[in-house]
Design a protein around this ligand. Structure first.
Ligand SMILES: Cc1cc2nc3c(=O)[nH]c(=O)nc-3n(C[C@H](O)[C@H](O)[C@H](O)COP(=O)(O)OP(=O)(O)OC[C@H]3O[C@@H](n4cnc5c(N)ncnc54)[C@H](O)[C@@H]3O)c2cc1C
Length: 375
């Protein structure tokens, strides 16, 4: 059985980041991803600038592959009434199709071990892990990072408690050819959900929404839902009616929830959405995925360089650092998403924010951190 110091399960942004970071320091790692690159993912595709310097230190410059710089934020209520603000830190928009694939190419250039397969089970014997794969022989590891996203059959295998709770949301996304300012990220409310809009590379427009399944199931299909619900927001109606879809059909995913999760389960250390998912309303899940991967990669480096550090010390430090960095963002995200569920309240709020855009900037600051300089 081949064995590695670190096996990373899942090659989304968290897994790719951890692999790139560890490889910079010569830590023998293996990345296991079940899908092939490139591929589209249901995502708003807006990334906060807090990760830009760090990505650059890993050799990733999103502007080299066409990312659009985001400087303004537009928020509209279910009616289409809207307010605007400056994004305090700024951000960029680029498709996951391109971003994940470019990071993967970088890994390949650096000859990092990658297997395309599904991890079916992970077992810890008190010292090491044995990782079972669907189509390949098992592999061994001293550490396993769980970077397999918001929900996977592995969560059931590992008996993580959140998997038994109701997952009430679904999400839909497609790329379009359409008009929208190049430097504005829009968040448009509709009854039962929110829709993110931003330009990405190649002048395409990403339109991605999340909605409660309870509301969605009242309609026969995506088209009917969009016409009867999204179109009540006149801003969204105009954007959608004046755009031509570039996909054959929209991508849709279901079973999304924002439940708290165990950060470490049977010594598998979770990062990215596997550790906890912030509401997309905050537009910050990708930054959290990247930053949590950076956090655990740095702790692993500390562990490998410090013989006196135990597995328990590492796990304890990760819990403390993760909570300090992300707990308050997650709470704010849950609070905001509940607030916007009340139609009248959200209208009142948006009318208030129109007069006080500085308050929007304060809210954004509560869900975003400061730029992280480098590795
Ligand atoms: C509707 C919606 C809109 C969003 N909009 C934004 C936004 O605008 N900005 C933002 O910052 N965030 C946004 N997010 C959140 C963001 O998409 C996630 O936080 C981010 O993708 C998390 O990255 P990750 O690496 O943890 O997981 P993922 O990107 O989901 O990657 C997990 C990977 O693990 C692989 N995998 C799963 N199981 C296995 C297995 N058993 N074996 C091997 N591989 C496996 C999967 O194939 C996948 O590639 C949005 C999310 C949703 C749902």
């Amino acid at each position: 059985m081949s064995s590695y110091k670190v096996v990373i399960v899942g090659g989304g942004l968290a897994g790719l980041t951890a692999a790139l970071h560890l490889s910079k320091y010569g830590i023998e790692s293996l990345l296991i991803e079940k899908e092939k690159y490139p591929r589209h993912k249901v995502c708003g595709e807006y990334v906060s600038n807090e990760v830009l310097p760090y990505l650059s230190s890993l050799g990733v410059d999103p502007f080299l592959f066409g990312a659009k710089k985001m400087e303004h934020f537009e928020l509209s209520a279910v009616t289409g009434d809207s307010c605007k603000a400056v994004l305090p830190l700024g951000g960029f928009s680029v498709s996951r199709y391109t971003l994940d694939a470019k990071m993967y190419e970088l890994l390949k250039e650096q000859e990092i071990a990658i297997i395309h397969d599904t991890v079916t089970d992970i077992n810890f014997n008190g010292e090491n892990f044995q990782i079972e794969l669907k189509d390949n022989p098992s592999v061994g590891a001293e550490f396993v990072l769980g970077a397999y996203g918001k929900r996977s059959s592995l969560d059931s295998k590992l008996k993580r408690s959140f998997i038994r709770s109701h997952a009430p949301y679904l999400a839909v996304k497609a790329h379009y050819r359409g008009e929208y300012p190049d430097n504005v990220v829009g968040l448009h409310n509709f009854y039962g959900g929110y829709c993110g809009v931003s330009k990405i590379e190649n002048e395409a427009l990403n339109i991605c929404y999340i909605v409660s399944y309870k509301e969605f199931k009242k309609y026969r299909n995506i088209e009917e839902f969009q016409e009867k619900v999204l179109f009540k927001n006149i801003s969204l109606k105009s954007i959608l009616q004046n755009s031509q879809m570039l996909f054959d059909k929209p991508l849709a995913i279901s079973q999304i929830s924002f439940e708290s999760k165990s950060l470490i389960k049977d010594h598998v250390i979770m990062c990215g959405d596997s550790a906890g998912m912030i509401h997309p309303l905050c537009g910050n899940g990708m930054s959290m995925a990247i930053l949590s991967a950076r956090m655990i990669a740095n702790l692993l480096l500390e562990y490998f360089n410090m013989p006196s550090m135990t597995r328990n010390d590492l796990e304890k430090k990760y819990r403390i650092q993760w909570k300090k960095a992300f707990s308050s963002r997650l709470r704010t995200g849950r609070f905001l998403s509940r607030l916007f569920e009340y139609k009248r309240l959200s209208l009142l709020l948006i009318n208030y924010l129109k007069s006080y855009p500085a308050v929007i900037e304060q809210i954004i600051k509560r869900t975003h951190g400061k730029p992280v300089e480098s590795i």
